[in-house]
Ligand binder design. Structure first.
Ligand SMILES: CC(C)(COP(=O)(O)OP(=O)(O)OC[C@H]1O[C@@H](n2cnc3c(N)ncnc32)[C@H](O)[C@@H]1OP(=O)(O)O)[C@@H](O)C(=O)NCCC(=O)NCCS
Length: 245
């Protein structure tokens, strides 16, 4: 997987597993801050479809509403630049489990994308001809992380997590979470996909890898994983399809 990180900070290099570097899959990653001034918010709102404006209106908290508007407008702008159309002309639909995708008129472009948000940070990932999923999370101490890992991680992930010293656990937890979530988002199965079906590496500093998907070893599963640091205090993961016939 070759990753082009357009605006990630210098101190935060993308860490791809060395075994995957020879592959010519180009993945583009971009980050965006979502808390913007009123003018920028107004300009963003003008780019949204009626359905998106209605979705924004239904959000209970003003901060979530503002962030959704900015995130969706930015997605439209990024897609528009790559497709040579106006942002408002981007037609978005969703897969059966809610994965956003281009509408039928633009599907032939082969552009695939996914997005993730955590606090005021959004991350966008693009690839041509390959399904893609991305996830970002802020590194923080989650009070019930030990219980969540024991209950939802795959058995070997939970054992690897439990074997770490307490200081390493917050990063290990978000490593595991973002990697599994990026995989689920690439596949597009949403919450219907069993969480323990995919097993990933999680130890801080170790290469990001898919260990297995069901009984298939990670290097034969048809998906590739990379981890990255989208901003200080955040962890990101991206999963891209290896082959698309
Ligand atoms: C909706 C879900 C895809 C991601 O939710 P999330 O991590 O809370 O939120 P993120 O910001 O990372 O992703 C949201 C974005 O993913 C995209 N998305 C939504 N449904 C998706 C799906 N089925 N597949 C891929 N992408 C999807 C959308 O772009 C969405 O942005 P939008 O709300 O502005 O439209 C879903 O997987 C989920 O709710 N997961 C719950 C958490 C969980 O159990 N994780 C397991 C890890 S151990």
């Amino acid at each position: 997987m070759r990753v082009v990180a357009r605006n990630l900070p210098d101190h935060a290099p993308v860490a791809t597993d060395t075994a995957y570097r020879c592959e010519e899959t180009l993945v583009e990653l971009l980050t965006e801050r979502l808390d913007v001034a009123c003018d920028a918010l107004r300009e963003s709102a003008a780019l949204l479809s009626a359905t998106e404006r209605e979705r924004a209106r239904r959000l209970a908290f003003a901060r979530d509403r503002r962030r959704f508007i900015v995130a969706r407008a930015r997605l439209r702008q990024l897609l528009a630049t790559r497709l040579g159309v106006r942002p408002a002309a981007i037609e978005l639909t969703s897969g059966p489990y809610g994965k956003p995708m281009l509408g039928p008129r633009l599907r032939a472009s082969n552009l695939r994308f996914n997005a993730s948000h955590s606090a005021d940070l959004a991350v966008y990932a693009f690839a041509r001809g390959r399904e893609i999923g991305v996830d970002v999370e802020a590194i923080r101490t989650i009070p019930d992380a030990d219980e969540i890992s024991a209950r939802f991680f795959a058995a070997r992930e939970a054992a690897a997590y439990a074997a770490l010293d307490v200081d390493s656990r917050p990063v290990a937890f978000v490593n595991c979470w973002t990697r599994k979530e990026a995989f689920l988002k690439a596949v597009g199965g949403g919450l219907s996909y069993p969480l323990d079906r995919v097993e990933v590496s999680l130890a801080p500093g170790a290469p990001a890898t898919i260990v297995r998907v069901a009984d298939t070893p990670g290097d034969a599963c048809g998906w590739r994983l990379a981890s990255f640091t989208p901003a200080r205090g955040f962890v990101g993961a991206v999963v891209v399809e290896q082959w698309l016939q």
